[in-house]
Design a protein around this ligand. Structure first.
Ligand SMILES: [Zn+2]
Length: 402
């Protein structure tokens, strides 16, 4: 017997064990229970069963072939068919589930009443709940109106009643959602003059007990539009978390939380402009370095070999510099460069047409130092283990060019 069918507020009950099983998991079946098993989008209750002075935590409750299985840590020997037990439901968890589930009925009904958008599925997660609406799109303004109507129904504190009717009667009553399986009797959740739905879940006694209904997100999904929402205690917890995050961001920017969107946009624009300027300056700097290095380096056999380590420059800059060195108009050169900023790295480059092979030279350079890298005939790069290796490796490779 499912005690929660007629009373969602019953959290203490006595029952008798009718079945004990230890595989695949320790579990008991009772002759009557107030524990709700996962079904219809709502998750299971937790709590405990007490048998001859021993308290056994109920970890999970599931439905299997019309039996309700109460999963336990273990099934002690004294727990057998016929044992009397006292069950206690974790009330805060049950109350939370009632708030979410009743809130869902109200919100789903609001979407139908206002925009004829039926709910095709409901999911209750640990933190948030979602409903999927059968509609191509839902505008933010429509969602807001449904949220407003749902909260109005909460504030009107309408009675929520459980009714049992035949399928025939249910059809005549205009029930919002009828289950696909034909049953003799249907359990209806009746939100006074607002919604009538066939449902097996645990619900509040009056809509006021739901607390606030807060929509958090709208998302397009394959079967329609997904609306994420939280009710009651979860709405307070979510708002509190949001406020803490906003306050954190606002204090970094010394702004009010309402100014955050403009402030963040301004920062992002400034950041973009600064990145652009930085890249232009680095380009200019690389050109200056390249022309000075080419002037300082004497030409031998018709080309110059520039060898230099930049301890404070990263690989990106050194690669840029190598390109400038070997592509300066009217010059033929080989660049053997090292970058010390970040992971130490080598960059080899040559003006197209010179006879060496930078990829092969890089492999030779790294063979001794144990690094990784490679490249093409005209450009190659590779990493070495330490900054100290840069200078010696470059000298070694330079000697091969003579
Ligand atoms: Zn329901």
């Amino acid at each position: 017997m499912r005690l929660y069918y007629t009373d969602s507020f019953l959290t203490e009950f006595d029952a008798e064990v009718v079945e004990v099983s230890s595989t695949p998991r320790p579990a008991v079946v009772l002759d009557r229970t107030a524990f709700y098993p996962t079904s219809g989008g709502q998750v299971f209750d937790t709590g405990s069963l007490e048998a001859s002075g021993v308290r056994l935590p109920v970890l999970e409750v599931a439905e299997q072939d019309d039996r309700i299985l109460h999963y336990l840590d273990a099934t002690p020997a004294e727990l057998r068919s016929g044992t009397r037990v006292h069950g206690s439901i974790d009330l805060p968890r049950r109350r939370d589930h009632m708030q979410q589930h009743s809130g869902q009925h109200v919100l789903s009904a609001a979407f139908i009443r206002l925009f004829d958008m039926p709910t095709v599925s409901f999911h209750m997660g640990d933190e948030v709940c979602t409903i999927d609406l059968d509609t191509k799109s839902a505008m933010a303004e429509q969602v807001e109106r449904a949220e407003d109507l749902a909260n109005q129904v909460v504030m009107e504190d309408r009675p929520v009643e459980i009714r049992f009717v035949s399928v025939e009667e249910a059809r005549g009553l205009g029930v919002r959602k009828l289950p696909p399986v034909e049953r003799e009797q249907l359990r209806l959740i009746d939100i006074h003059e607002f919604d009538l739905t066939a449902c097996g879940g645990t619900h509040v006694g009056r809509t006021g007990q739901i607390g606030a209904i807060l929509v958090r997100k709208i998302e397009k999904v394959r079967q329609g539009v997904r609306v994420e929402f939280v009710c009651g205690g979860r709405a307070i917890a979510a708002s509190r978390r949001d406020l803490a995050a906003l306050n954190g961001a606002a204090s970094v920017l010394s702004a009010h939380i309402w100014e955050l969107p403009q402030q963040v946009r301004k920062l992002a624009d400034e950041c973009k402009a600064a990145r652009k300027l930085r890249s232009e300056l680095l380009n200019e700097l690389a050109e200056l370095h390249a022309s000075r290095l080419l002037q300082e380096t004497p030409e031998e056999n018709g080309f110059r070999v520039v060898v230099k380590v930049f301890p404070d420059r990263d690989l990106e800059f050194v690669k840029l510099l190598a390109q400038k060195l070997v592509r300066t108009t009217g010059q033929r050169s080989v660049a053997l460069l090292g970058s010390g900023e970040g992971s130490p790295a080598l960059v080899f480059a040559q003006t197209a047409g010179l006879p060496y092979d930078m990829g092969t030279l890089m492999k030779e350079a790294l063979a001794q130092s144990g690094g990784r890298g490679g490249g093409t005939k005209d450009m190659a790069q590779g990493g070495v283990a330490s900054v100290e290796l840069l200078e010696t490796t470059l000298e070694r490779i330079r000697s091969k060019l003579r």
